[in-house]
Design a protein around this ligand. Structure first.
Ligand code: NAI
Ligand code: MG
Length: 338
C-alpha cells in the first residue's frame, strides 16, 4: 500500500527541491500517494491563509508531511514561522527535531558524523511572554523559556535511545552556568535518564563552547541533545561545517506516532536563487530518505523495503555530495544511481 504524504512545496526554491526529493523516492521504488497543499508566504500574500485547522485535521490522517521551504519577501516576520511551522510542530506534537551532520574525511580534515536532537515544542519558542506599554518609552518585552519535565525528559530519552543505536555517546549542550532554572531541570533529567542507559557515555558542553567544538573538533560528537533555541542555532552551524546548508536535512518527529511526522531541508526558500534551477536539492532528497526510514521503522507496520530505499537514497546522495550543477542535474544524478 502506498504511503499517503502531504506535500508542501512552499516558496522560492521549495517546490524545485521537493520535486527532486519525490523523484528520488520514485527511483528508489517506493510508491507514494501525494496530496499537495498550497501553503507558505505566497499563499499568505494572496489571501492571508496560513494553516487552516481543516488542513491540520486532514494531515492527521496522513502518513507524513514533506515540506520544501516556506517564507517570502513581504510577509511580516513571525507570520509563517509561528502560524505554520511552529503550529505544525506544536499541534502534531513533533517534539524531536533530528538533524544529522556528516562530512567525509579528506585532505582538509578527518571528517565527522553526528546528530543533533533539538527539542522542538518548548523553550523560548513556546510563545510565553508579551509586551507591556508597547510603543512607549517605558515598554517592556519578555520572552519566557518554557521547560517541562515531560518535554525535557522525552527529548533526553530519545537522545539516549538514538546514541544506543550509534556510538553510545550523548552530549548535553546547554548553558547551565547562567540559565540556572531551565539548565537545572535539563541537567537533572539528563543525569537521571542516564542511569537507565549505563552503556551510553555522557558529556556536557556549554552551548558557547559547543560552537567552538562544532568548528574545531566535531569528531568528539556522536549525538547531541539540546533545547529549541540552542538547537536552532547549533544546527545552522552544523550545516555550515558539514558541506553547507544545501546538504542539511531534518526530521520533525512525533516518535509516539500519534500524528504524522514532518520532513524538510534545514534551509529556507532562498529567494536570491529561486526560479534559477540553482538550488542544491540534496538536503531535500536526504529529508525524503529520513521520511522513508522513519515510516519503515514503525513497529506497528514495519517496512524493510522503505528502510532499505531510504538507506540507498542516502548512499546515492553521499556519492553526489561534491557535485556541482543545476538542481535538476544533481537530482537526476542521484536518481540515476537508484
Ligand atoms: P535561506 O536558507 O533561504 O538562504 C540562506 C542562504 O543560503 C542564501 O544565500 C541561499 O541562496 C542559500 N541557500 C539556501 N538553500 C540553498 C540550497 N538548497 N542550495 C544552495 N544555496 C542555498 O535563509 P534566509 O535567506 O534567511 O531565508 C529566506 C526565507 O526562507 C525567509 O522567508 C525565511 O523566513 C525562510 N526560511 C524558511 C525555513 C523553513 O521553511 N523551514 C527555514 C529558514 C528560513
Ligand atoms: Mg534555523
Amino acid at each position: 500500500m502506498a504511503y499517503r504524504i502531504g506535500v508542501v512545496g512552499g516558496d522560492g526554491i521549495g517546490p524545485e527541491v521537493v520535486a527532486e526529493g519525490l523523484k528520488a523516492v520514485n527511483a528508489a521504488g517506493v510508491e507514494l500517494d501525494t496530496v499537495s497543499y498550497d501553503l507558505g508566504g505566497a499563499r499568505y500574500l494572496r489571501d492571508e491563509t496560513v494553516l487552516p485547522d481543516s488542513v491540520l485535521e486532514e494531515w492527521r490522517g496522513l502518513d507524513a508531511i514533506y515540506v520544501g521551504a516556506v517564507g517570502a519577501p513581504g510577509v511580516p516576520p513571525g507570520v509563517i514561522e509561528r502560524g505554520l511551522l511552529l503550529k505544525m510542530r506544536f499541534e502534531l506534537d513533533l517534539y524531536i527535531n533530528l538533524r544529522p551532520f556528516k562530512l567525509d574525511a579528506s585532505d582538509a580534515g578527518p571528517g565527522h558524523d553526528f546528530v543533533v536532537i533539538r527539542e522542538n515544542t518548548e523553550g523560548t519558542y513556546a510563545g510565553e511572554g508579551g509586551l507591556l506599554r508597547k510603543g512607549t518609552p517605558h515598554e517592556v518585552a519578555t520572552q519566557g523559556s518554557v521547560n517541562t519535565r515531560l518535554g525535557v525528559e522525552r527529548a533526553v530519552r530519545f537522545g539516549f535511545e538514538l546514541a544506543g543505536t550509534r556510538n553510545n555517546h550523548l552530549t548535553l549542550a546547554h548553558k547551565t552556568n547562567v540559565l540556572n532554572f531551565s539548565g537545572d531541570l535539563w541537567q537533572r533529567a539528563f543525569n537521571e535518564v542516564a542511569e537507565e542507559y549505563p552503556n551510553v557515555e555522557t558529556a556536557y558542553n556549554h552551548v558557547d563552547a559547543a560552537c567552538i567544538y562544532f568548528v574545531q573538533d566535531p569528531q568528539r560528537y556522536d549525538v547531541v541533545v539540546t533545547d529549541n533555541l540552542f538547537g536552532d542555532i547549533l544546527t545552522d552551524l552544523g550545516g555550515a561545517v558539514s558541506g553547507g546548508i544545501g546538504l542539511a536535512a531534518s526530521a520533525n518527529l512525533n516518535p509516539d506516532r500519534t500524528a504524522p511526522s514532518m520532513f524538510e531541508p534545514v534551509h529556507g526558500s532562498a529567494p536570491d536563487i529561486a526560479g534559477e534551477n540553482k538550488a542544491n536539492p540534496i538536503a531535500a532528497i536526504l529529508s525524503a530518505a529520513m521520511m522513508l526510514e522513519f515510516l519503515g521503522a514503525d513497529p506497528a507496520a514495519p517496512d524493510a523495503d522503505a528502510v532499505d530505499a531510504g538507506a540507498r537514497i542516502r548512499a546515492a546522495c553521499d556519492a553526489c555530495s561534491d557535485m556541482t550543477g543545476s538542481t535538476t542535474e544533481i537530482g537526476d544524478a542521484v536518481s540515476s544511481k537508484l
